[in-house]
Ligand binder design. Structure first.
Ligand code: FES
Length: 348
């Protein structure tokens, strides 16, 4: 442990952690735009700067480690002035379309401009005008809104392991881009949407089949049904309809998802979706109750078992079920029906 002083109060914190980590643990809030605790500190946005006694310059708290005896000010006059300047510069180069921006309500730039009282950008210089890349079927990229925090690039490279996007050019011309700037559709992008989930502003946004504002939806935590990994996610529910999905930090996925779980939710509200069991009568499927369906299954299984013996039956289970469901399924076949003819699609 080391002893540090934050805003005049002494604390014991773990050795080797950053000032930002220490302050987070102590409940002292420091604004960040480029930090993600799953990634190496990057020090791009400088919004997390703090004043450290004895140092001439403000230091980025996300990439400065605590030292014994350190005296830190997280909200001194000098720090606030620097943060305001950074936000002013960012907002000066940002489209002023917050009223219609899809990110409104969960934009970190908007939140911090509100917190630090930035009402308009005071730098009038030349704004870049880039075309919006809509070539990906599930999300779009608007470089005009990008604040170059680099989270999308680092998540794609360091967590997802795809490296479909990277920075192009330098200085004012810097841009997050695909190889040869040919667009997302021609890149290695696997449409996992992990860049989208981590963009702090409205630069990377999912294409929404139904319009909604973030405050109109209820987030319901659940487990993805597409495979047995058990990724945790939130269903975004507006009224009684699922209108989107966001990754959750679960043990299996740590906030990451694949394209199916992230964007493949259209089946939930699809008109062709089966909502009741169907039983074939006189060559035609007819809607039935669950009781009718279960009775039919049980009677058929009993009939076949009596006539041909238990080994005439076999059960094929699914990787989409949980371990517990698969366990129960094989148990039912072995103990109840009396056969070891059990298999699972993951083995095929
Ligand atoms: Fe520290 Fe961006 S969060 S520089």
């Amino acid at each position: 442990m080391v002893e540090i002083t934050v805003n005049g109060k002494k604390y014991q914190v773990d050795k080797g952690i950053t000032i930002l980590e220490a302050c987070n643990r102590l409940g002292i809030s420091i604004p960040t735009l480029c930090n993600d605790d799953r990634l190496e500190p990057y020090g791009a946005c400088r919004l997390c700067v703090v004043e450290i006694k004895g140092r001439r310059n403000l230091e980025a708290s996300c990439s400065t480690k605590v030292r014994d005896g350190m005296e830190i000010e997280t909200h001194s006059e000098k720090v606030i002035k620097a943060r305001k300047e950074i936000l002013d510069l960012l907002y000066s180069n940002h489209p002023e379309d917050c009223l219609t921006c899809e990110k409104a309500g969960e934009c970190k730039l908007m939140d911090y401009c509100y917190e630090y009282g930035i009402k308009k950008g005071s730098y009038i210089g030349e704004k870049k005008k880039y075309p919006i890349d809509e070539s990906n079927p599930f999300y779009y990229y608007d470089p005009n809104k990008c604040i170059l925090c680099g989270k999308c690039v680092r998540v794609c490279r360091d967590l997802q392991g795809t490296s479909a996007i990277a920075f192009k050019n330098r200085g004012f011309n810097t841009k997050v881009s695909t190889p040869f700037d040919m667009g997302l559709a021609t890149s290695d992008c696997v449409s996992c949407g992990n860049c989208v989930a981590n963009c702090p502003v409205g630069a990377l946004m999912p294409k929404k089949p139904e319009k909604f504002r973030t405050w109109e939806v209820k987030k319901v935590k659940t487990t993805c049904i597409y495979c047995g990994v058990g990724c945790q996610m939130y269903l975004l529910v507006k009224g009684n309809r699922v209108v989107g999905v966001e990754p959750a930090r679960g043990k299996a996925n740590n906030g990451l998802m694949c394209v199916k779980g992230r964007f493949g939710y259209g089946f939930i509200n699809h008109p062709d979706r089966l909502k009741t069991p169907l039983i074939k009568r006189n060559g035609k499927f007819e809607e039935a109750t669950w009781e009718e369906a279960y009775d039919l299954i049980v009677n058929k299984i009993k009939e076949i078992r009596e006539k041909y013996g238990p080994d005439s039956l076999g059960g094929l289970s699914s990787a989409k079920c949980t371990n517990e469901e698969n366990y129960l399924f094989q148990k039912m076949f072995r103990a109840l029906i009396g056969t070891n003819n059990v298999d699972h699609c993951a083995r095929l």
